[in-house]
Design a protein around this ligand. Sequence first.
Ligand code: NDP
Length: 435
Amino acid sequence: KERNGHEPEFLQAVEEVAETVIPYIVKHDIYYGKNILLRMVEPERVISFRVCWVDDKGEIQVNRGYRIQMNSAIGPYKGGLRFHPTVNMSILKFLAFEQVFKNSLTTLPMGGGKGGSDFDPKGKSDNEIMRFCHAFMSELFRHIGPNTDIPAGDIGVGSREIGFLFGMYKKLRNEFTGVITGKGMTWGGSLIRPEATGYGNVYFAQKMLETKNDSFKGKDVIVSGSGNVAQYAAEKVIQLGGKVLTLSDSSGYIYDANGIDIDKLAFVMELKNVKRGRISEYIEAYPTAKFIKGKTPWEIKCDIALPCATQNELNEEDANTLLNNGCICVSEGANMPSTKEAITAFHKAKILFAPGKASNAGGVATSGLEMTQNSLRYKWTREEVDNKLKDIMSDIHKSCLEFGKDEDGYVDYVKGANIAGFVKVAEAMLAQGIV
Ligand code: NDP
């Protein structure tokens, strides 16, 4: 706390893990007295660099770029890049720390990292995005590689940005390797990767519902966000017979009481991914829906809630509103969308609650599958990747059950995910000695 007190999001993520993992360490001699958690919270390496680029008016812009190489005990650093004006050291350290546990849970050999920039892609032309990505990679390329550190996308970094970043890496290194994941289908990308985080979240929620002999069929579902994760979470819910009532962005949320069906979702995908518009434009196409400005969707009555936008978007008051409205399941698509107090409220009410490091791990798991295909110079079919994704989400769910069951039978998925993720990384660190 003394060392990281000025980094609130990082502290929040560490505290959540410490509360569940320390009691476990105390009970197990192999971890006790080795300062293992203290070693895990200190990044192996932090890189901060200047990114200069020229905008369309010819003016020189300066941004700050980062890469946090958090832990490489079980594999090369792996984690996304975020381009958003709120990006700072605290946000990236929290994301990198979470990534270590998440990657461990996937069962694949991947360490944890995260990076990005305070660059704001909103309102920028394609040429500006390209110049920024090229400038960013002209420094980052020194620190990454297919066996060292493999970045991917995150907020503000989608397929367009990944293309520009990969192009510059390839030019500077003069080699074609799987150094970045989320690549296009014609140049090394994996089928199902765009869908993986959203689909994986719904597969995980489905596993949780099965423990209560329940399913998505006929359920009212609210989704926040309207980016990559939200879009594919919504798609899978619709395929499984659920009714998606909301989507949002940073300006507010839309509520469609008739349900957002596949055709309406296709409109949202075109709006967000091609036209780069705002979610409020939905009501121009579907006037019976409502746009609620400046708010999050948690006030809408639902059975299942899928927070898929950003960190700390669901607080204690929102949690109580959801519970009072009869919500039975919350599965996080975003990273740390629920505050600590909100999670406490869900646990107290003993509803099904999945933390992002378990339920959104499908994205990075499929990135791991993309790395495997790149190394093999091979391509699996859509069904093959989707089946592997389903298996991985099911395995993560099993790990959570193994470590998260309380004495009264309630499954604390936060505890389960933290301990299961911790055990594998801790064992590797102990085996490798004090380095
Ligand atoms: P996108 O950039 O595609 O979409 C982000 C969405 O969240 C947009 O609708 C955006 O609205 C909204 N949003 C962003 N910041 C805020 C904010 N401060 N307040 C309200 N809404 C906001 O990102 P992704 O869908 O890829 O990522 C969403 C979440 O999922 C993040 O937490 C990310 O870390 C996590 N995640 C993503 C993975 C992936 O594979 N993509 C993997 C695992 C986790 P607006 O357009 O107005 O900014």
